[in-house]
Design a protein around this ligand. Structure first.
Ligand SMILES: [Zn+2]
Length: 259
């Protein structure tokens, strides 16, 4: 995959990230796939009532796309097949909000036209777990997902070791995670207020290292639950929209200085 010449068709397994109306009846659709990271294409006639695309091109859907590559412009989506309908997610606002958040944050961290097998695999796993678990997963799973996504994007240093002095975090001792860089350590070392204890860092580090499925039953650790979300927002330079459906009030305010 990946090297299809201009004009050739290519079959790609993808997750739909977003869509927007285009022209009279078309849609521009954005997706994430393993082979080429983020991509975009046009789905002709997708807004017509009897469109052959049906509901396949909705955000968070796991699909197989038949693409016609066009050098320099948008690909053309010739066909789209729903691979997994995620029916429980469609019927449950809590699951849907978390699925939207997972899709948005992972897509935000993925690159365009670059292979992103780890981020794509993480998103696939997250969407499967959100749909298959007995109830909508809670904050421990979300934090584990955010930590893994940042790790796969190469953006998160260990949280349980001070970024400055190298000492390990201790359970009851004050600890800080910088809300924009994710640098962790003693408050005096990393120049941030002690907003949590070492227990939070150790719990997050544990969630990052274990399979996502094993975070489903973990209790949410005490601490700044949205700090990693803030690090992601700082990196991509904008607020994550689906987060407002998960948190009634934002806990970390993105600042104008974010870049
Ligand atoms: Zn230190």
């Amino acid at each position: 995959m990946g090297g299809a010449p201009r004009g050739a068709t290519e079959s790609v397994e993808a997750v739909v990230i977003a869509r927007q109306d285009h022209g009279e009846a078309d849609r521009v659709v954005r997706w994430l796939c393993a082979e080429r990271g983020r991509g975009a294409g046009i789905a002709r006639g997708a807004r017509r009532a009897n469109s052959r695309f049906g509901a396949a091109l909705e955000p968070t859907q796991h699909v197989r796309l038949l693409l016609r590559r066009r050098g320099g412009g948008l690909d053309v989506i010739e066909d789209a097949e729903l691979l997994d309908p995620h029916t429980r997610t469609r019927d449950d606002l809590d699951r849907l909000a978390l699925a939207a958040h997972a899709t948005e944050l992972i897509a935000g961290l993925a690159r365009e036209e670059q292979p992103e097998p780890r981020l794509f695999g993480l998103l696939q796993t997250a969407l499967l777990l959100i749909d298959a678990s007995s109830a909508a997963p809670g904050d421990a799973m979300r934090l584990g997902l955010e930590a893994k996504a940042l790790t796969f994007a190469g953006l998160l240093a260990p949280l349980d070791r001070c970024a400055r002095c190298g000492e390990a975090a201790e359970l009851g001792r004050a600890w800080a995670v910088h809300p924009h860089t994710g640098a962790a350590g003693h408050p005096g070392c990393v120049g941030s207020d002690g907003e949590c204890t070492g227990a939070f860092a150790l719990a997050l580090e544990g969630a990052r290292r274990r399979p996502l499925r094993e975070t489903l039953d973990l209790p949410a650790p005490e601490g700044p639950h949205w700090v990693l979300c803030g690090v992601i927002e700082a990196h991509i330079g904008r607020a994550l929209r689906a987060r407002s459906m998960l948190a009634p009030t934002p806990i970390v305010q993105p600042t104008a200085a974010i870049r």
